[in-house]
Design a protein around this ligand. Sequence first.
Ligand code: SF4
Length: 428
Amino acid sequence: FLPGPDSRVKGPLPEGTYRPGELKGIIKINQNKCVGCDTCREQCPANAIRGELGVAHSIDIMKCITCGQCLINCPFGAIEQMSFVEEVAKKLEDPQTTVVAITAPAVRVAIAEEFGSPPGTLTVKRLHNALRKAGFKMYENNLAADQTIMEEGFEFIAKVRYWLLGERSEELKEMADHPLPHFTSCCPAWIRYAEIYHPQLLPHISGAKSPMQMAGPSAKTWAALNIWKVDPRKVYTVGIMPCTAKIFEASRPEFKSAYEFLKNNGSIPKDTSPFPDIDAVLTTRDLATLLKMKGINPLEMPEEGENDPLDIYTGAATIFGNSGGVMEAALRTAYYVLSGNDPPSWDIYAVRGHTTGLKETEIRIPLKSGNSIDVKVAVVNGIKNHLDEVIGDVIQGTSKYHFIEVMNCPGGCINGGGQPVNPMGTSW
Ligand code: SF4
């Protein structure tokens, strides 16, 4: 029942998909520090490291997916990332600017390490209070993650109805161009990997933006106008992420939807210069640097906090930070919508956590019609782990799966390239 290879788009990338020039410097090797030990080559999932053993290495930016795994594993601290710390610090000093923190769940777990405590020590309230003290407004990334899962889950449901249940209604007809298996879309390193190495997979990949890219336009439109009541042109959005690939994602030219929306509905003058949905990205390490510059230790902040309407979310959003989390969240939605009932358990342990490189399971979903379907899913836990065999089957038209999560970093974003450096290194 899976569509054959002919249904897939072939040929070059659509124009404007990314601007390679902008990749320059997101991740770079400091030639004065690199000893050519080759650790980065072993860690790189995209074969983007150039240079001979013992000689300073460099990065081929046309191959680099900006995941930062080389950076967090370099034993000599020779790999650096683009930093927005100074720019954000200046914006926080400007009383005319509303600076918004969009904080991913993996950041709150890891940042305690940068302040000398074990991972997970910090509570969400303490981190939010630290960010407010630094001058940020909060837009909880998890609120947007709930939106992402609704989009991604409903896309999957539409594909199930079209491809598995044979529904050929007007409402579903565009699914003809979006075959199964469905792929997750919120890891920007995975998206870039697919664009460079397997562009024929793009019609399979969810069209849902990542949580950060949903939060940015919502902050600059709905929250700016209705919650903070400020000029959207003076809102400066900062993704605070465990991930260096988010720097690349934020720079993509297609992510200017707040600007388009506000211009078209007359909220800003027609001649306003285009602005991005996300203005800057700070990694977990960068946030620690910024807070230290400002003399703020989040571990010393109070537990209590204000009830913020932009700080409401479900547990499904929080588990995005772990391998399998996006799949688990999407399956909960799909089960509920297709069956009309809660699943027997909200915990789908077969896809959760850093257990193996490839996790798979089958879920039986009873349908409202009285029939049932068996949905086969896979979670690729790190691009170096089994991805090529999984997508090889998809390209051949022989994949047994209906839904595949791909996260570049083994373990998921909790082990992202923007997290505190782990002296034990990444285990793929
Ligand atoms: Fe970024 Fe998470 Fe993807 Fe790693 S797995 S590249 S941290 S989105």
